[in-house]
Design a protein around this ligand. Structure first.
Ligand code: MN
Length: 424
């Protein structure tokens, strides 16, 4: 299928820096507020957000049959619920209006300031109301590293790992948008050499470099989604920091898996980059051996080449990039995750969020968590200001970025950023 708005030759009449995440080929969706606006849906071009409510109010979207009120919501759920045909038509229309050959909006100077808002002057809000959040564990390099560290290097992967896209149900209430600080969690932990557990602020606070996809079409209870149809159910992707308290996790996780070590905060980037916009960057994934069950088989290139980085910025200091990874290293694809999630009839709803699991690559600088980068705290990292990190300190800001680039176009996700405050 040809997606019109992805045409790499398109140029906008709005100036877009070559390193911008938001050229005319991206057109992601978000929600913003500012001193005049409580919450309007928006898209992005260059350094501007595009107010979709104002755009509709001024008649620029009149042929699309979209109720204007869906752009005047705190969340994008009702807009996404309209279906991919409609959201795709809107992205195509935005692409037309921003195209340098199109004069409709370009020549309408009177409305420019109403519709285009410098991103530096607005607040980007949590874009969706997440109903249910599931986190997978789909990076083979990550699962191998963790298994090597905490179990046995010879049997690093659990016997189920290459058969099942392993996952667990997370908590939606503590998902926040980039820019929202979090407090270091408190909890129980038991150091390996201690007889009894202790209680207090977590000492081994970690990030997890992840992406997440947002469900764009609901299923009925009892219904399953095939890998072939899965893309119809995926609206788009965000960057995702799935904060983890490693010491709390080690003590609590047996036998039911992570609980308070994971549910205190999860940070997502504010722009949902549509699956449509990511199509040009699809790539082949790892060879899957042993052969997967038929319901997990798929054809074509289903991985995505998304370059990912993580930086730590200590208070009053500059940032240091500590990791460069790539989404293409995922062993299980989004389509396989969704097919697996629904194979038992479990229903999914618009706005549900599915985390990838920590995304590590094969090289040490591609590891997607401090646990791996510092190898369980045995190899501290040195930051640009000379300070060392085994895990994340109070007042550190962790910043994740991601973008796709081929020989024609670069599109990106913006930032997923949050500061760690001392424990309450
Ligand atoms: Mn995770």
């Amino acid at each position: 299928m040809i997606i019109k708005a992805n045409n790499p030759t398109l140029k906008s009449w709005i100036d877009v820096d070559v390193n911008s995440d938001f050229p005319i080929q991206n057109l992601p969706f978000g929600v913003y507020s500012d001193t005049h606006t409580k919450h309007h849906a928006c898209s992005a071009i260059g350094s501007y957000a595009i107010d979709l409510y104002e755009l509709a109010n001024h008649g620029f979207l009149s042929n699309l049959n979209i109720p204007t009120e869906v752009f005047n919501n705190a969340y994008l759920n009702d807009f996404i619920e309209l279906g991919k045909e409609t959201t795709r038509a809107l992205r195509d229309r935005l692409s037309d209006l921003l195209d340098s050959n199109n004069k409709e909006l370009q020549d309408n100077k009177a409305v420019f300031n109403k519709i285009f808002k410098p991103q530096s002057g607005i607040n980007l809000l949590l874009p969706v109301k997440v109903g249910d959040y599931t986190d997978f564990y789909s990076s083979i390099d990550h699962a191998t590293n963790i298994g090597t560290m905490i179990r046995d290097p010879k049997n690093a992967l659990m016997p189920n790992w290459k058969y099942i896209p392993v996952g667990y149900h997370g908590r939606a209430s503590s998902i926040t948008v980039s820019g929202t600080p979090l407090h270091r969690p408190k909890g129980q932990m038991k150091p390996a050499d201690a007889e009894v557990p202790t209680f207090g602020p977590c000492k081994l606070l970690d990030f997890e470099l992840e992406t997440a996809y947002i469900i764009g079409k609901s299923t009925k209870l009892g219904e399953s989604v095939s890998t072939e149809k899965a893309d119809d159910y995926i609206f788009g992707m965000v960057l995702f920091n799935d904060w983890s308290a490693r010491d709390i996790q080690t003590w609590e996780y047996v036998p039911l898996g992570p609980f308070l070590s994971k549910n205190f905060a999860s940070t997502i980037s504010p722009w949902i980059v549509t699956l449509d916009a990511l199509e040009p960057y699809r790539t082949r994934g790892y060879e899957q051996e042993p052969k997967v069950f038929p319901y997990l088989e798929y054809t074509g290139d289903k991985n995505v080449d998304i370059k990912l980085e993580v930086a730590i910025q200590p208070e009053n200091s500059t940032e240091t990039v500590i990791c460069n990874s790539n989404y293409k290293y995922m062993y299980w694809t989004m389509e396989q995750q969704l097919a697996h999630h629904t194979v038992n009839g479990c229903n999914v709803n618009v706005g549900d969020m599915m985390g990838s699991g920590t995304i590590s690559g094969p090289q040490p600088h591609e590891y997607g968590s401090m646990m791996e980068l510092s190898w369980k705290g045995t190899k501290p990292l040195t930051l640009n200001d000379g300070s060392e990190r085994k895990f994340i300190n109070d007042n550190d800001t962790v910043i994740m970025r991601g973008y796709c680039q081929n020989d024609k176009v670069r599109i990106g996700f913006g930032e997923c950023k949050a500061k760690v405050l001392p424990a309450n």
